[in-house]
Design a protein around this ligand. Structure first.
Ligand SMILES: [Zn+2]
Length: 286
């Protein structure tokens, strides 16, 4: 055997080993995920959700079970890091995991791949940003409730996590907002265009999201925006994140006033939050 053939065999061997390694790792991860999905959900964690996550009380039983399964996996696979005087305990982990996992209840495979760390500050935190305008770079310090770094950590203010979870109908939820950015980045670019379930869904999504965004910008300019916070006018990614907050927290208003946008998000998330509240209101009045 000449040197070239030996070299070729080595390359084939290495590629095969690498592919095999990847498959074994994926199989092992899926096995671990399924085991955690089946693991009993601690009663204490249910109390935490009942107490601090208002939307949890509206969830139909089958979705509660799906949420429990994903929280088990989320907590086992993500790393929570305390910043400042913050202390990380089950209350912190379960609240953040619960609100984040509401967005991925229909996801059967890996949830929130591509990053591992969630940093938690006790309350709003300062963030430094540099903005370039021509040759001028300006430095800004801003108060933030949350941040999502591209392919990097999610950073959250615990005070805002609690406030966002406690109020189910104000359309403000920092956890859902930052994790909507995480869904958005799964196609590599953060552009308000997440990975959709079917290739055939893209045409309609782009057409409707573009026209809804343009109409939203006009409403914000005239100060007539009611269902979604004006911050969504910053850019298409912020529009998607703010629309996600309203989809879950102002679901009936969005379904009634912005039905096309609601229908797109309903197909993307495979959920119909407006029906949870309808059912709860009905059962309360009966
Ligand atoms: Zn944002």
């Amino acid at each position: 055997m000449n040197l070239l053939a030996l070299y070729g065999l080595c390359i084939i061997g290495l590629v095969t080993a690498w592919l095999l390694g990847r498959r074994v790792r994926a199989w092992w991860k899926a096995r671990k995920r399924k085991a955690l999905y089946r693991k009993p959900f601690p009663e204490q964690w249910q109390h935490i959700l009942q107490q601090h996550f208002a939307l949890y009380r509206y969830l139909p039983e089958n979705l509660r079970q799906a949420l429990h399964a994903r929280i088990n996996y989320f907590i086992a696979s993500k790393k929570f890091v305390a910043r400042g005087s913050m202390l990380i305990d089950d209350k912190v982990r379960v609240n953040i995991a619960g609100q984040a996992c509401l967005l991925v209840l229909a996801e059967e495979g890996e949830i929130y791949p591509g990053f591992r760390t969630i940093m938690v500050y006790p309350d709003t935190f300062y963030s430094d940003t540099n903005q370039q305008d021509g040759a001028v770079v300006s430095h800004q310090r801003r108060h933030r409730a949350g941040e999502s770094w591209h392919r990097g950590p999610v950073i959250l203010s615990w005070g805002d996590v609690l406030r966002g979870g406690a109020n189910e109908d104000d359309g403000f939820n920092v956890v859902m907002h930052e994790f909507a950015h995480k869904l958005d980045e799964q196609n590599m670019a953060v552009n308000g265009q997440p990975l959709l379930r079917e290739h055939s869904h893209y045409g309609e999504w782009v057409r409707i999201l573009n026209s809804e965004y343009a109409a939203f910008l006009r409403r914000v300019e005239r100060r007539k925006n009611k269902v979604m916070d004006a911050y969504g006018a910053e850019s298409p990614p912020e529009f998607f994140a703010v629309a996600t907050e309203s989809f879950f927290e102002k679901s009936i208003a969005m379904r009634d006033r912005l039905p096309d946008l609601y229908a797109q998000l309903q197909r993307f998330y495979q959920l119909d939050p407006a029906s949870w509240q309808d059912t709860t209101e009905k059962s309360h009045s009966e």
